[in-house]
Design a protein around this ligand. Structure first.
Ligand code: GMT
Length: 375
């Protein structure tokens, strides 16, 4: 199959899913053409069957604001036409699904029967898409896609309800390569992060408001009163400065370690004991899955798709978002009970392997592609 993939190329979960999907499809012999404004960061080397097409953005002085959606449409049109794509799979509805729709209308005149598949990831539906100026556009672009997938049952139901859409949406959960994301204990690294044998809590995100990163610091504050503990924060984004300020205010500046953006996450995650995800909105929680695959129990909020991933009292615990006392209590339950901790850690790893491994999920996308292609 010849497949075009459009995604945000940076560190976000939707870009990670799109890139790993493209790599896996290429490995299976499909020709995969990435169309984006920058090289997706996980495509950091030559990979057979993968091609990259950069969207050029016009800098003409009259255009005070970038016309990215239109530049993307033009590039999609070019790639569909010259590479003879069978389908174009866009990740994150805004503006990708709309640009794809436009490209499809334009190429139709040349008798192309390109199929457009849109994967809904999260805030494209739960936050940005609901803004009054975007809502009709998102609804239209979803309705006009030949196929739509959502990364959780929660996201599917939310889309159908909030946008009043009468359309089949296929749920295909996020996935992980459990042969790469596994516990790779690195004692030297762990000793550097927790030199006095402290327990280690870990959180990775893009530090956006919905992630409630400050809650991880409040949890640490409560946990530390009972058990010596460090908190590792990986990633960067708008809330980082506020989190650094809060850790100083709570006199936790030596216990909260801000690592910034990092690659090689499996090694860092393996230095942790418990993964925290206190999000206010989370359609699936790929970062928690990465941690579970490394054998970390998860203490998370109960929002969105998180209960589809993190089994309460089995792979970790869930609590209402904002309830830091309860999350701290759950964290202590695990840190203070070695036997329980071990069972939860094994359950977390097993859930990742048995339900969300890349080898289980990629065939679901391939089957879905086949289904849409014969429509
Ligand atoms: O929707 C977003 O916030 C962007 C997106 C991203 O690019 O980081 O994250 C979403 O997609 C991930 C991959 O499907 C999911 O695992 C995340 O739960 C989801 N984020 C939110 O819903 C906040």
């Amino acid at each position: 199959m010849k497949i075009g993939i459009t995604c945000y190329p940076t560190y976000g979960g939707s870009g990670v899913v799109a890139t790993e999907l493209g790599k896996a499809l290429a490995e299976k012999g499909h020709k995969v053409h990435f169309i984006s404004y920058a090289f997706p960061h996980r495509l950091n080397q030559f990979i057979n069957n993968i091609f990259y097409h950069e969207v050029e953005i016009s800098k003409y002085p009259l255009f005070e604001h970038s016309l990215y959606s239109l530049s993307l449409t033009s590039k999609m049109l070019e790639v569909i036409e010259y590479e003879k794509l069978d389908l174009l799979h866009v990740h994150y509805a805004i503006p990708h699904a709309t640009s794809a729709y436009l490209a499809k209308q334009m190429i139709r005149k040349q008798n192309s029967d390109i199929k457009i598949i849109t994967t809904l990831h999260g805030t494209d539906i739960t936050l940005v898409g609901l803004e009054p100026s975007f809502l009709p556009l998102v609804k239209f672009s979803i309705e006009e896609s030949d196929g739509v997938t959502a990364v959780s049952r929660f996201l599917k139901e939310t889309t159908l309800t909030n946008y009043q859409i009468d359309k089949e949406i296929e749920v295909i959960h996020n996935f992980i390569d459990t042969s790469l994301y596994k516990n790779v204990k690195n004692k030297i690294m762990r000793d550097k992060l927790a030199p006095n044998g402290e327990k280690v809590l870990i959180h990775t995100s893009n530090f956006r408001v919905v992630k409630r990163v400050a809650d991880t610091i409040k949890i640490l504050d409560l946990v530390k009163k009972e058990v010596p503990t460090k908190l590792i924060l990986v990633g960067d984004g708008p809330d980082r400065s506020e989190c650094e300020r809060l850790s100083r205010e709570l006199n936790l500046q030596d216990d909260v370690i801000f690592l910034g953006k990092q690659d090689g996450l499996e090694e860092i995650l393996s230095c942790g004991d418990i993964f925290l995800m206190p999000s206010q909105s989370e359609s699936f929680g790929l970062a928690a899955l990465e941690a579970m695959s490394c054998g970390l129990p998860v203490v998370s909020s109960s929002v969105g798709g998180l209960p589809e991933l993190n089994m309460h009292n089995n792979t970790g615990f869930i609590a209402e978002f904002g309830d830091v006392e309860r999350m701290a209590k759950y964290t202590l339950t695990l840190l203070q009970n070695e036997k329980k901790y071990k069972i939860f850690a094994e359950n977390a790893r097993a859930r990742a392997v048995n339900n969300f491994d890349i080898k289980l999920i990629i065939p679901k996308y391939e089957e879905y592609y086949e289904k849409v292609l014969v429509k």
